[in-house]
Design a protein around this ligand. Structure first.
Ligand code: ADP
Ligand code: ZN
Length: 279
């Protein structure tokens, strides 16, 4: 059986893995530094491993076809050809997609979306992003969706933190937006703080838009902010109110692979890159 490499390339850390699935995955992680140095550390981890291919699930925005990270404010990473650098160094086929598309694939193969053909993987962390599998294919469109940047009704008491749109969903409800609005880290806000009811309303509004557009069978909600265990039930309540019986709400669930959805999704991307090459 071919051995695959995987990278979950995040804005704060890189998680690299080698294996064929959850049973044999060997991981290593390190902080995301300057691009060349970060690539060097990844190459060092993979070197000498006889890999068939590597899959990269990357922070974005990215150019899916070219394998580049594009519009990021992260110093040095704008237009960085991550897939090209890895291909050059290791001479194997490279699969490349967004972090959330990768996580969706990981959950479909081994986690909470097994057996489903249409579902969403949403992360609520430093940003908000969604990966959609629709009729058994990852949704890309012209490039890739940017579901976190939908516009929703809000209380207008906070201008929003998205550098592009101010009060889009990400600008209102990602971890740093909560911190900016409430004056303390999201992880320090107690469960009875009114911030959480507002947060649930905003996320439910985003979910309503995605659900009526894509008709997912299930929605998986991951990311640092979702580690607040009371939040999922609150979102569920708000979503039922918003949908108001018109559409049956899909199940909202936590990722079954925990924090390994992305790196395991990289294995699925690697496998696809390997078989596409031999087609
Ligand atoms: P990233 O989005 O960078 O991949 P995470 O999904 O871990 O990483 O998200 C990090 C963000 O999640 C932080 O900005 C923080 O605001 C928020 N966060 C982390 N842990 C918690 C927690 N226990 N409760 C609420 N928010 C949290
Ligand atoms: Zn935005």
């Amino acid at each position: 059986m071919p051995l695959y490499g995987s990278i979950e390339a995040g804005g704060t850390k890189f998680v690299c893995g080698v294996g064929t699935g959850p049973g044999d995955l060997k991981r290593c992680e390190f902080p995301t530094g300057e691009p060349q140095e970060t690539v060097r550390r990844a190459v060092e981890f993979f070197a000498g491993q006889q890999l068939a291919s590597i899959g990269i699930a990357s922070f974005g925005p990215i150019d899916c076809k070219q394998g580049r990270i594009t519009n990021t404010p992260k110093p040095g990473w704008r237009n960085f050809d991550l897939a090209g650098e890895m291909r050059e160094a290791l001479r194997v086929p490279i699969g490349f997609d967004t972090d959330v598309n990768g996580a969706a694939l990981g959950e479909q193969r081994w986690g909470a979306a097994r057996g489903l053909h249409t579902f969403l993987y949403v992360t609520v962390g430093t940003g908000i992003g969604g990966g959609a599998v629709v009729d058994d294919r990852l949704l890309h469109g012209r490039n890739h969706p940017e579901m976190g940047h939908v516009l929703i009704p809000h209380d207008r008491k906070f201008a929003g933190a998205c550098p592009f749109h101010g009060a889009c969903l990400e600008g209102l409800a990602a971890g740093p937006a909560m911190e900016a609005r409430w004056g303390m880290k999201a992880s320090d806000l107690p469960p009875d703080h009114p911030a959480w009811e507002t947060e649930a309303q905003y996320l439910a509004a985003g979910l309503m838009n995605w659900i009526v557009t894509l008709s997912p069978q299930r929605v998986i909600l991951g990311g640092g902010v979702m580690s607040q265990i009371h939040l999922l039930a609150r979102i569920d309540d708000q979503l039922q109110k918003l949908l108001n019986g018109y559409v049956e709400p899909p199940d909202l669930v936590a990722p079954e692979l925990g924090n390994r959805s992305g790196v395991l999704g990289g294995i699925v991307l690697a496998e696809a890159a390997f078989y596409n090459q031999t087609k």
